[in-house]
Design a protein around this ligand. Structure first.
Ligand code: HEC
Length: 99
């Protein structure tokens, strides 16, 4: 009786390890895929700052509407208009220039 339990437990371990082995490549693929699309906490903060501070005087501009070079002088100017400090301005800059 005891042997049966052990054998059953062993069998389920073997089945489990085989099953998990076959699913490893799929998990790895999903991980690398999401790494490029998932926003870091800092970018998410930039997005939040952008949405909360940059639509007071005008509509929210599409971040893709300007290149990184174009955003630089715009952000310098708009950061002052929105009364944000340099760190906040930089976070917004990083968010809008994220492609
Ligand atoms: C106090 C009002 C005010 C706030 C706050 C403000 N803007 Fe503006 N924004 C303006 C005005 C006025 C213009 C158009 C004239 C100009 O370029 O100064 C403008 C223009 C723009 C343009 C267009 C520039 C171009 O060359 O076409 C962008 C992009 C922009 N703002 C982004 C932002 C961002 C990002 C923020 C947040 C950090 C922000 N704005 C906050 C007043 C504001």
């Amino acid at each position: 009786m005891k042997y049966k339990v052990v054998a059953l437990a062993l069998l389920s371990v073997i089945i489990y390890s085989c099953a998990s082995k076959s699913s490893v490549p799929t998990t790895a693929a999903t991980k690398t895929e999401s790494a490029s699309t998932v926003m870091t906490a800092e970018l998410a903060e930039g997005k939040m700052l952008y949405e909360n501070n940059c639509a007071k005087c005008h509509k929210l501009y599409d971040p893709k509407g300007f290149s990184a070079q174009e955003w630089k002088p715009i952000m310098d100017k708009m950061q002052k208009k929105a009364h944000l400090d340099d760190a906040q301005g930089l976070k917004i800059y990083n968010y809008v220039t994220m492609k």
